[in-house]
Design a protein around this ligand. Structure first.
Ligand SMILES: C[S@@+](CC[C@H](N)C(=O)[O-])C[C@H]1O[C@@H](n2cnc3c(N)ncnc32)[C@H](O)[C@@H]1O
Length: 196
């Protein structure tokens, strides 16, 4: 069974696990679960769902979550935009985090980048009305491309990066900040239904 077929089954687990929380956030590319587990510890009234492509990282994340006794977080294995579609029901998320997706700097590899118009279309359907997408990257060219895709799709409005939750630093943010690399970040709110 492919990881994304398993995710279709995991959807019911997610719905059950998050059913007593009025707010749900997803961290796409959750790595070893630092941001996810710290977010869950800091914000116990919110459920945090992670998606990560590498199974050893998924296991490590879930072990960390169990060790910390966090009932409001879990990570599932999934790959690419299809996994967001498979795991997350429509209109489910308050916030979707995509932090430091692989930049694929060479032009001939840009088609592999996660954040593009197809990904944004799926993201828009998975967010609640008024839900927020938070994007971060250390790659200036990718950051410009993300903003272009958002503008082209329309129906997004930029909102303040600061919000009403405590936001820990991500694993890769720690590394890039230590190197003094510039970090592009943008939070956008979904204000329109997708045009057909
Ligand atoms: C550069 S790391 C960033 C990790 C984390 N978001 C952070 O800020 O520290 C990217 C993570 O996304 C995962 N990843 C990359 N491409 C993916 C894809 N298409 N689907 C799912 N996970 C992916 C990688 O395995 C890795 O753990």
């Amino acid at each position: 069974m492919s990881p994304n077929q398993e995710l279709a089954q995991a959807r019911s687990e997610l719905i059950l696990a998050s059913s007593s929380y009025s707010r749900v956030e997803c961290d796409f590319g959750a790595a070893k679960g630092k941001f996810l587990s710290e977010s869950a510890a800091l914000n116990p009234t919110v459920f945090f769902a992670g998606i990560e492509g590498l199974s050893d990282r998924v296991r490590r994340s879930n072990r960390k979550i169990d060790r910390l006794g966090l009932g409001n977080a879990a990570v599932w294995r999934g790959w690419g935009k299809e996994s967001l579609e498979a795991l997350i029901p429509e209109g489910f998320l308050d916030v979707l985090h995509v932090s430091f997706p692989d930049p694929w700097p060479k032009r001939r590899h840009w088609f592999r980048r996660l954040v593009n118009s197809e990904f944004l279309e799926i993201a828009a359907t998975r967010l609640k009305a008024g839900g927020v997408l938070r994007l971060m990257t250390d790659h200036p060219g990718y950051f410009e491309a993300m903003k272009e895709h958002l503008a082209l799709q329309g129906g997004w409005v930029e909102v303040s990066w600061e919000d009403d939750l405590e936001r820990p630093i991500t694993e890769f943010e720690t590394i890039f900040r230590a190197k003094g690399d510039p970090i592009g970040r943008i939070a956008v709110k979904r204000v329109e239904e997708l045009r057909s």
